[in-house]
Design a protein around this ligand. Structure first.
Ligand code: ATP
Length: 351
């Protein structure tokens, strides 16, 4: 158990990776300590060179750590010999930016490959491959070769192959970076679906905050080989502390140039109250606005806002003008304050 009551599935302590060359040493991962709970979709975000790829490849020892300890599902990965590691890797699926498929094998045979290595019988392999093909939405494409597939379909093959041996953990190394936005969304939806259906823990590295926003519960921000900020995705969106994190949040929410806009709103809408609603998850904005409009005899005019959806609900700000009897407006404000998780701030009070 960890402090939050979840079951710990990955525990990393003092992980280091130094690339040594004749001229210099590069510390790609620097004394990294991290715990990840079972069933989470855990995002690691950072700019190019931050050490994300190296980090994720250390977890299944595609890269050998220079130091530190990795425990996955109670097995100390860093203490295994190469034979034990081959078996342990069946518990750790991985998908890649460029898919890493076998080009001379069909979809079916790519997915069967890890099962062959694990010594699964032909009959069982065929059954399992068919299940996986259904799971990732590739029915009808079993006999196609990778070169005949779209990028999204190739990644679906990659995902099916990574799940073949029923892993506990799925590592995703920039799995959507080579895909267009629409295909990215469909692959991210598939990862959420798999996470829910199979209870699989997903560790995903990316340089795109919208990927984190869309599917992750937890996020860690990496810079120069270290984790500089970490937490629940919604909390990090709400209160980014480090400059690098603020920049990533701006990727999704835009810059915080709201104050100029507010002055303009105050000038333009001169009756009633001008209210800033701050959505911090769990509630959807549409439901709230229509509920308030139905319950109280006031007019609500939506003026401007930036709302985005995370796995834990809406996050962002909405400016509304509330017009009508003062007592009704105040009741509506009390309702939002006391009955919902939305924070209310009156930015201009004309009544
Ligand atoms: N095999 C290697 N040999 C030497 N240096 C390496 C090697 N792999 C990575 N590095 C260095 O380690 C640092 C971290 O690289 P890494 O690829 O892990 O970062 P990243 O955050 O994944 O960035 P990107 O998204 O650009 O791959 C970089 O300075 C990189 O040049």
């Amino acid at each position: 158990m960890d402090g939050k009551g979840g079951i710990l599935v990955i525990s990393i302590e003092g992980l280091n990776k130094i690339f040594k060359s004749n001229k210099s040493n590069i510390t790609a991962v620097d004394d990294l300590t991290l715990d990840i709970n079972e069933g989470e979709i855990f995002g690691v975000i950072g700019y190019s060179g931050a050490g994300k790829s190296t980090f994720v490849r250390l977890l299944n020892r595609l890269e050998e750590p220079t130091g530190g300890k990795i425990v996955i599902d109670q097995q100390e990965i860093t203490a295994l010999n190469s034979k034990q590691l081959r078996v342990a890797r069946q518990e750790i699926g991985m998908i890649f930016q460029h898919f890493n498929l076998l080009w001379s094998r069909t979809v079916k045979d790519n997915i069967a490959f890890p099962l062959e290595i694990a010594g699964v019988s032909k009959i069982e392999r065929e059954e399992r491959v068919q299940e996986l093909i259904e799971l990732v939405g590739l029915a009808g494409r079993e006999s196609a070769y990778p070169s005949q597939l779209s990028g999204g379909q190739k990644q679906r093959v990659g995902i099916a192959r990574s799940l073949a041996n029923n892993p506990k953990v799925l590592l995703c190394d920039e799995a959507t970076s080579a895909l267009d936005p629409e295909t990215t969304n469909s692959i991210l939806d598939l990862l959420v679906d798999i996470n829910k259906k199979l209870g699989l823990t997903v560790i995903l590295i990316t340089h795109e905050m919208h990927v984190i926003r869309k599917i992750c519960n937890q996020v860690a921000v990496m810079e120069e080989g270290r984790i500089v900020e970490q937490g629940d995705v919604l909390d990090v969106f709400l209160r980014p502390e480090k400059p690098v994190t603020k920049k990533f949040v701006e990727q999704v929410m835009g810059t915080n140039d709201e104050d100029d806009g507010v002055a303009h709103l105050i000038d333009t809408y001169d009756s009633g109250k001008l209210i800033r609603l701050h959505f911090i998850g769990e509630t959807t904005n549409q439901a709230l606005i229509s509920q308030v409009a139905k319950r109280f005899a006031i007019d609500i005019n939506i003026l401007q806002g930036k709302i985005t959806q995370t796995q834990r609900g809406a996050y962002g700000t909405l400016f509304v003008q509330a017009d009508g009897e003062l007592s009704e407006i105040n009741k509506a404000i009390d309702f939002i304050t006391n009955e919902t998780s939305v924070e209310v701030e009156v930015v201009r009070d004309a009544n």
